[in-house]
Design a protein around this ligand. Structure first.
Ligand SMILES: Nc1ncnc2c1ncn2[C@@H]1O[C@H](COP(=O)(O)OP(=O)(O)OP(=O)(O)O)[C@@H](O)[C@H]1O
Ligand SMILES: [Mg+2]
Length: 311
């Protein structure tokens, strides 16, 4: 028997009036994996997750969560599922702990004994006695994860969990998701950051205005990524271009700000830079502009371009 999928959404479509927000997308999440739904603003990520949670109905397609469907099983679809769409909501005048106590009570009293544990997991033990109104955005997001974990889910669904966080908050949220995944939890998250998905997900669906632009593993995505690009500033750009003539696999172009841009396979670019230094050309700056996967993300989600090998 094949292993039952945590999420098996096939051919899902949803329109709002004449706008097709989600167009025939298929997302299949195996138990234990971290799955990313990636796309720019308005791509349809939240709409898809809302359908998964039964908040809106698809116009076409089927959604199974651990084999259950909304049509046949109703609210039981959400057995073992927790998470939040957009931002988690709490009573601001209650403390983090009181909010969780309230939720535990609503969800069946036996959750309360998990309270200390989930606060610890999201690193809020020290602040659990403070009112939520005094929480930073990142702390509220983490309290949202804690509230989800109270249910002891098999599947955690997070809609852009790192959105709006500062770099430290992003790092903490990613570490938290990785920790949870390491404990065997299945995680389905949406994001519009390629680096986030690359860092924590096994499989990814990239959406562009409703439809699937790529579907597969991060490894496959890497093989499709273009060469990395770098901004180069030197003491003598003319000679720097001449030196590039000795490195046929490296392209040196000038961007609209008259800065040199170097693209090519990583090792060949390194050899070119070494050659610049050997040639006595002063190197003032050498900065990676976009990672290859970021470039690929823009190519995949830009309506004008097409990428070989994409869905
Ligand atoms: N209730 C609604 N009524 C009308 N249009 C909607 C509704 N919900 C979403 N849309 C539209 O559907 C499209 C997809 O929206 P959605 O919120 O799913 O995108 P998203 O990928 O989550 O974007 P973001 O990254 O900004 O959160 C957008 O064009 C949006 O305006
Ligand atoms: Mg959204």
């Amino acid at each position: 028997m094949t292993e039952q999928l945590a999420v098996d959404a096939v051919g899902v479509t949803k329109s709002f009036g004449s706008l097709r927000a989600v167009d025939d997308i298929t997302v299949q999440v195996a138990p234990g994996e971290v799955y990313g739904v990636l796309g720019p603003n308005g791509a349809g990520k939240t709409t898809f997750l809302r359908m998964l949670f039964g908040l809106i109905r698809p116009d076409a397609g089927t959604i199974r969560v651990f084999g259950r469907t909304w049509e046949k099983d109703g609210i039981n679809v959400l057995d073992g599922v927790a998470g939040f769409i957009e931002s988690p909501k709490f009573y601001p005048y209650l403390t983090g702990r009181q909010n969780l106590e309230g939720l535990a009570l609503l969800d069946g009293g036996d959750r309360a004994d998990r309270l200390a544990e989930v606060l610890e997991v999201v690193d809020l033990t020290d602040r659990a006695g403070d009112k939520v109104s005094g929480y930073s955005y990142g702390m509220r997001q983490r309290l949202g994860v804690a509230a989800s974990l109270l249910r002891d889910p098999r599947l955690l669904v997070l809609d852009e969990p790192a959105n709006g966080l500062d770099p430290a908050g992003i790092r903490d949220m990613r570490a938290l998701v990785k920790r949870l995944a390491g404990s065997g939890l299945t995680v389905l998250l949406s994001s519009h950051h390629m680096d986030e998905v690359e860092e924590i997900c096994d499989n990814v669906t990239i959406m562009r205005t409703g439809s699937v632009a790529f579907h597969g593993t991060i490894e496959k995505l890497r093989t499709m990524a273009p060469d990395p690009g770098y901004a180069l500033s030197t003491g003598d750009d003319v000679r720097a271009r001449e030196v590039a003539g000795r490195h046929p696999s490296v392209a040196v172009t000038t961007d609209p700000d008259a800065e040199l841009v170097v693209t090519g396979p990583r090792d060949d670019v390194a050899a070119y830079v070494a050659d610049l230094v050997r040639s006595g050309i002063r190197l003032d700056g050498f900065i990676a502009t976009r990672t290859p996967l970021e470039s690929l993300f823009f190519m995949l989600t830009d309506a004008e371009s097409s990428v070989e090998g994409a869905a």
